[in-house]
Design a protein around this ligand. Sequence first.
Ligand code: ADP
Length: 732
Amino acid sequence: DVAEVSGVPPWVADHLQEEGIESLYPPQAEAVEAGVADGDSLVASIPTASGKTLIAQLAMLSAVERGGKALYIVPLRALASEKREEFSAFEAHGVSIGVSTGNYDESGEWLSGKDIIVATSEKVDSLVRNGAPWVNELDCVVSDEVHLVNDPNRGPTLEVTLAKLRRINPSLQVVALSATVGNAEVMAEWLDAALVDSAWRPIELKTGVQYGQALHFGDGSQRELRVGSNEKPTEAIVRDTLAEGGSTLVFVNSRRNAEGAAKRLANTSRDGLDDEERERLAELAEEIRGVSDTETSEDLANCVEEGAAFHHAGCSSQHRSIVEDAFRDRLIKVVCATPTLAAGVNTPSRRVVVRDWRRYSGEAGGMQPLSVLEVHQMMGRAGRPGRDPYGEALLLANSHDELDELLDRYVWADPEPVESKLAREPSMRTHLLATVASGFADSREALLEFLDQTLYATQYRHGSDGGDNLERIVETTLEYLERNGFVDRGETIEATNLGHTVSRLYLDPMSAAEIIDGLEAGGTPTAMGLYHLVSRTPDMYELYLRSGDREEYTMLAYERESTFLGEMPSEFEEGRFDDWLSALKTARMLEDWASEIDESEIAERYGVGPGDIRGKVDTAEWLLGAAESLASELGLDSVRAIAEARTRVKHGVREELIDLAGVRGVGRKRARRLHDAGIETRAELREAEKAVVLAALRGREKTAENVLEAAGHRDPDMDGIEPDATAVPDRD
Ligand code: ADP
């Protein structure tokens, strides 16, 4: 019974009962027995939708009850606001909640007054580096989706951040929530925590594979599924589920596929709607159109009118929550989603279809199968407790061989063990420098002692040859950092001024070294030279060279040779030369963007989606901001040129529009129209007649008024040369 949990504030039991939670689920009861409400550390490895959040809440609320402060680390920015909303009910009971997700530098001092703070691991890492005072006051830290320590890009940050927080407060309570993984006991050992490792689910889950006219379940049972001759399997499943009065969640591998599948499935969901539902969906579609007047918004509204929707990280958060709510209310019958929805958002559904089990990976150069862990997490979204008799999750097979493969690979398979990726060079470089720069260690021994608190040390410190892996990696990395002027090694190890800057900027030290080399090559850099420079750093995911690209970009490389900062590698150094060309392709995309080429044309020319363009542009803006800081730190006179290149890429405009495009509400297209109408600067805009502005913008009166009003404000962009120091791009 929830009333029997001691340690939490007295109002919690009533509050939970209001939410329909009368008694604890078995894994939750185990967690309480293990002391999660008494300040003890815990690793909870339990299936999706089995009530992990409540375990976290009990831990945090009991910490607050003892007069302490708690931090909830989310894996994605999109989830921070979800959690905030979930926890906001506590505010009525005097528990204050703060969210720190901003991209920009903030010491986060205002968070000192909050009882519960929600943040991403990157944000926490950056706040620790910048010395946020409240970090020292934490009593309880929850790490959601902690199995992501396995992720090569984001895992190491989470691992090191937890190690730092435990270092700051050795008696810190750590509650790590994980999907079911192959080695939860290793995580518990790492965090000195008790372990709840359970396969219990609130509702039965049947998993299987659709092939031909049948569903083949993992337990050996089969059921008929009639697939019409001109029908796709997913359509047949959605139709079949609708006939039972249920809804379907379809997972696909890209944003574009999510939109495409939703449009097609709308033809199926349409047939399952009654008049009242049609009416409510029409209202919902209007609400969606009201959020923004983009093409995505219109497409989504059109699908929703028919009872279907798509959901991916490229949708606005308002769109996403409208879709989630209507799906939970069973008004929307089918949602096509990228795996972001599997991670954390609570949207159970009668059936789940994992349509794509492979995903494109630039790094691996092709389609790669998803991990068992990921597929199981998606499948776990099937079945709504109290509403469905059981949940059903299906993969789709095209052949008998594929049927066997999918049963083996996913249905009968156990999830992989998580493995620390901290030893990857970029992670080691970045985190060693940060550890030294923020004063956590000032000698090799202290570094080793600190790193001994990571999962990497738990798993791999001692190699099979008896050698100390950690010692070896630390030594090579320190040598690298010293050689590039980021640390000084004398009696003690200390970060140089440059090293401090690099750490504060959140750069991979190798990116900083590459940028410094390029800038010191001399001369006033061109925008293209700078775009190429930042595109060849390890912090930029370059565009992939397709067949035929090599020739085209080799020619371009010779044509533009004089614009490059630093020396072009020879064609005979194949690896390096190809990297140079990939960076050139990326740089030219940025140049196109900064030359006002239409987004749709860029998308076609480079074979990328609007989200990819945005991602590259954001990363370039961040790296150019970092380059500005490095240039001023080193006293180079390229600062102004870098600021200009950054502003151009930020707004996607040519030089002459920089001033105008910085006005809020103007943007690249409107800036060009104003310029064509003879309004060339912000000052001229401020003085301009409303009628002229209105005619130039060909828009609504309100738009012209907003723009005119905004022109009266100061432009923060080109004002100073000091960039936003910790503008870390969103890596969702
Ligand atoms: P996950 O393990 O994926 O984080 P959640 O914590 O989101 O799962 O829980 C899934 C759903 O189960 C939520 O809607 C939650 O309110 C509900 N729930 C959690 N614990 C209980 C309980 N003890 N009794 C009834 N419902 C519960």
